[in-house]
Ligand binder design. Structure first.
Ligand SMILES: [Zn+2]
Ligand SMILES: [Zn+2]
Length: 255
């Protein structure tokens, strides 16, 4: 990361700069072009407030003003008045640096697995809805699946499924559909590799249909988490409930 120290030279600026140096930051003069390759961590010094602060921030710079607070168009991450104690200023800056280095908050387990299911859905070759699923045991992925025509047959998007190509209405002519569902494929993929899904948790980008629900129950999966609810799912939910399987919705915040 790059820390930009802006403002006139002062005792405080020098203290901040040498503290960052001790922490492994390299110094960089304001007349040098900024490149991330120079070092992982850089201190950038300039007396004037930066006019190109937006692009500097985009490049990952932390903008710090050292000096009396002034009316400025720049939105600094931190303003350090020279009057404040050196210890306090150092602590403020290192707290900010630590927070920035820690990065954004990590995704929860639900978000993590649902996002992976979402990526799996991108592999779908079905011209209808694209669905992805992952089966997880002890927070470890044991299988993944996405919907499409069976292994070794023509892909749905290459005309492999007459029902999908005929653009049938949702829920009609299902018996003619050659596309396997994502949940079905996640389970049969595990079988293909001789892996048990018993007591596992299945994450799916859509709530399962009745056929997949039956397969999920009999494969021994204990929990189902879905991102978006399928329109015709009342009997599916009832069946899961009767079979003692937990089913819950987990909506991704940024789909
Ligand atoms: Zn299809
Ligand atoms: Zn299904």
């Amino acid at each position: 990361m790059i820390v930009g120290l802006f403002g006139e030279d002062s005792h405080l600026t020098l203290a901040l700069q040498s503290d960052l140096k001790e922490k492994g930051f390299d110094s960089c003069r304001s007349d040098q072009p900024l490149t991330q390759e120079q070092s992982q961590h850089l201190v950038f010094r300039k007396r004037q407030a930066p006019s190109d602060w937006k692009s500097l921030r985009e490049a990952g710079m932390l903008l710090v003003w050292v000096g009396e607070p002034v009316e400025s168009a720049v939105s600094f991450d931190l303003v350090l008045a020279p009057a404040q104690s050196e210890g306090e200023a150092l602590e403020k800056l290192s707290r900010l640096v630590r927070r920035k280095l820690a990065g954004p908050p990590r995704p929860s387990w639900d978000e993590y697995f649902m996002r992976i299911a979402q990526v799996a859905s991108m592999r779908s070759n079905c011209i209808k809805r694209k669905v992805g699923a992952v089966v997880v045991k002890d927070r470890r992925i044991v299988s993944t699946g996405y919907n499409g025509t069976p292994r070794g047959t023509r892909n749905c998007n290459e005309g492999g499924c007459p029902r999908c190509s005929g653009l049938a209405d949702s829920g009609t002519r299902l018996d003619e559909c050659l596309c396997s569902h994502a949940e079905e494929n996640a389970i049969t993929q595990a079988a293909y590799h001789g892996t048990s899904v018993k007591d596992g948790c299945l994450y799916s980008t859509f709530s399962p249909c009745l056929m997949c629900a039956k397969m999920i129950i009999n494969s021994g999966i204990a929990e189902v988490v879905f991102n978006v609810g399928y329109p015709l799912n009342d009997s599916t939910f009832r069946l899961f409930e009767e079979a003692g399987i937990t089913i819950r919705e987990y909506r991704l915040k940024h789909p």
